[in-house]
Design a protein around this ligand. Structure first.
Ligand code: PLP
Length: 367
């Protein structure tokens, strides 16, 4: 018997309401400027996001998927090349590789952290491998030191899919700084979310940044000169102005997520398998995922108690229709499959109240 949703998985409206005056002022500033693309708001947001990420360059683009794709394309990766990707991730990680005609090579994630297993990655390297593309899944950093060594030892590009990791740190350094370039998403539900789609590339590599800058704008660095086949994938002034406002609150909002995660970690241990924080990691807790052998029954129980949950992700990329009929559909990924069958995400967010956290804990504990 459902009593209706009392604790929604994630609500975006309270965040918009909290910042409403600042957002209104930012939107009004853009409206009154008469300039809506590739202007001062973009420049200011790129500078601010680069600084937050500890990177020398930031290029904002239309989505996280485009950010990933442009990094790979900017380094000349394409047909015939292989890119190592985790077996368990949001499918965009794989789609970016497929979009440029390269081959995603799935590698198992490690059971504890759900991120690319560096030993499995080492075993998957062939003479065609061009890049390693780990994901900081759920906001937990991948094993970046080991992956950096692996990439360097084999002359490979290391790209961080940091689309869920705004503010995550590893050994005190912002995630993304271990890789040659990092891709970010500003999808509304991410820790730093726009009021629509958006993405960015951060890097210390000036050439790579310049190339991504061209790719997002019709292959052009100077107006009406097109030196390569590019795309239209620009982050507009309105979204940049909104993101500048929200970036000012990211650290505080992440701190609230950390507080919620600490309560779950302290109180749920006897009831579910808890996420494991890597040594040296400060996750941004984009998602709080737990595992249970009777996951579907647990979800039903929580729903009956008014607690909304989601599964990230119920179908791993290799089992998606997008890869049906390809060799990828036959990939042997028992760990990724097991995670998909047992994982569930509990409500977490910067505006989840203490009372809601109590309700979630009571509901899980009474299963
Ligand atoms: C959200 C996400 C993306 C894609 O970002 P979009 O902005 O939605 O295109 C890529 N990878 C991961 C891991 C994501 O969570």
């Amino acid at each position: 018997m459902s009593v209706g949703v009392r604790v929604p998985f994630l609500e975006l409206l309270p965040g918009t309401q909290e910042l409403r005056r600042e957002l209104d002022a930012a939107v009004e500033r853009v409206l009154d400027s008469g300039w809506y693309l590739l202007g001062a708001e973009l420049d200011a947001f790129e500078a601010a996001w680069a600084e937050h990420c500890g990177a020398q360059h930031c290029v904002a683009v239309g989505s996280g998927l485009d950010a990933l794709r442009f990094i790979l394309e900017a380094r000349g990766i394409g047909p015939g090349d292989e890119v190592l990707v985790p077996g368990q991730t949001f499918i965009a990680t794989w789609l970016a590789v497929s979009a440029i005609g390269a081959t995603p090579v799935p590698v198992e994630v490690d059971e504890a952290h759900h991120t690319l297993d560096h030993e499995a990655a080492a075993a998957a390297i062939t003479e065609r491998t061009a890049a390693i593309l780990p994901v900081d899944l759920y906001g937990h950093p991948a094993d970046h030191r080991a992956l950096r060594e692996l990439a360097d030892a084999n002359g490979l590009l290391l790209v961080d899919d940091a689309a869920q990791a705004h503010g995550t740190r590893l050994h005190g350094k912002p995630v993304g700084t271990y890789a040659d370039a990092a891709a970010w998403s500003f999808y509304p539900g991410k820790n730093l979310g726009a009021l629509g789609d958006g993405g960015a590339v951060t890097t210390d590599d000036a050439d790579l940044a310049a190339r991504v800058r061209r790719l997002r704008n019709y292959g052009s660095a100077r107006r009406y000169e097109h030196v390569e086949v590019g795309y239209n994938s620009r982050l507009d002034e309105l979204q940049c102005a909104v993101l500048r406002v929200k970036l000012g609150h990211l650290d505080a909002w992440n701190a609230r997520r950390v507080a919620v995660a600490e309560r779950y970690l302290a109180d749920l241990g006897g009831h579910v398998t808890l996420p494991v924080v890597r040594a040296g990691a400060d996750p941004c807790w984009h998602l709080f995922t737990v595992r249970h052998e009777r996951r579907d029954a647990l979800r039903d129980h929580l729903e009956a108690a008014g607690v909304q949950t989601l599964i990230h992700y119920p179908i791993p990329p290799h089992r998606q229709g997008a890869y049906a009929g390809t060799a990828l559909a036959d990939a042997h990924l028992p760990v990724s499959d097991a995670i998909a069958g047992t994982i569930v995400s509990l409500p977490i967010g910067p505006h989840l109240s203490d009372a809601d956290v109590d309700r979630v804990i009571e509901a899980v504990a009474s299963f």
